[in-house]
Ligand binder design. Structure first.
Ligand code: XMP
Ligand code: MG
Length: 184
């Protein structure tokens, strides 16, 4: 698939799936099953987190429920400005629930810090984050991310939910693109 477009495979399908199993084990230990707050609520950020969310939910040995949010940050397609707009909000009230935000990638961290502030105002019982990928710049922003899959170099990556112009989300691995794809 996408013959000639992928410059390198940064994280293989096996590496992703092994990491998800590891994260699922760690996360499951922190949430009691049968709590009065109800099942753990996974909040996925569309669209990038979809593959990670579905694989994580199936790897977790505890019952979970799913909600999705879509946000857009003003700015160019490859960097965010910190000004965030809600395109699709949660369907349900999260007050009193244990919430785990599921993110594909934290780059500047601006999107996530905005999202954390927004969801905290809705009074969840707890609010944590799991992200598959994190870039070095994310360190600059003061957001507490309990669970990180992989720290990656500051390069644009695609696959496993991540897109360039809506393409490549369906790749089972994380890779970088040939410059020719960007019109280079
Ligand atoms: P911030 O900078 O707010 O942005 O942490 C996070 C969002 O930016 C997008 N993003 C990427 N998308 N490959 C992508 O396909 C990348 O390398 C990349 N880096 C950042 C993504 O939408 C993420 O949620
Ligand atoms: Mg994108």
């Amino acid at each position: 698939m996408y013959e000639g477009d992928i410059a390198s495979v940064l994280i293989s399908e096996d590496q992703i799936q092994d990491k998800i199993a590891e994260l699922a084990g760690i996360i499951a230990e922190r949430y009691p099953v049968g709590a009065p707050e109800g099942d753990l609520l996974l909040v996925g950020v569309l669209k990038g987190a979809v593959f990670f969310m579905t694989d994580l939910a199936r790897a977790l040995p505890i019952p979970t429920q799913m909600e999705f949010m879509a946000v857009s940050s003003y700015g160019s397609s490859t960097s965010s400005s910190g000004v965030v707009r809600i395109l699709k909000d949660l369907d349900k009230d999260i007050a009193g629930r244990h919430v785990l935000i599921v993110e594909d990638i934290i780059d500047s961290g601006l999107t996530l810090s905005w999202l954390m502030r927004n969801l905290r105002t809705r009074n969840p019982a707890s609010l944590e984050v799991v992200t598959l990928l994190r870039k070095p710049d994310a360190i600059k922003v003061d957001v507490e991310v309990a669970n990180v899959g992989f720290d990656i170099p500051d390069e644009f990556v695609v696959g496993y939910g991540l897109d360039y112009a809506e393409r490549y989300r369906d790749l089972p691995y994380i890779g970088t693109l040939e410059p020719t794809v960007y019109g280079g």
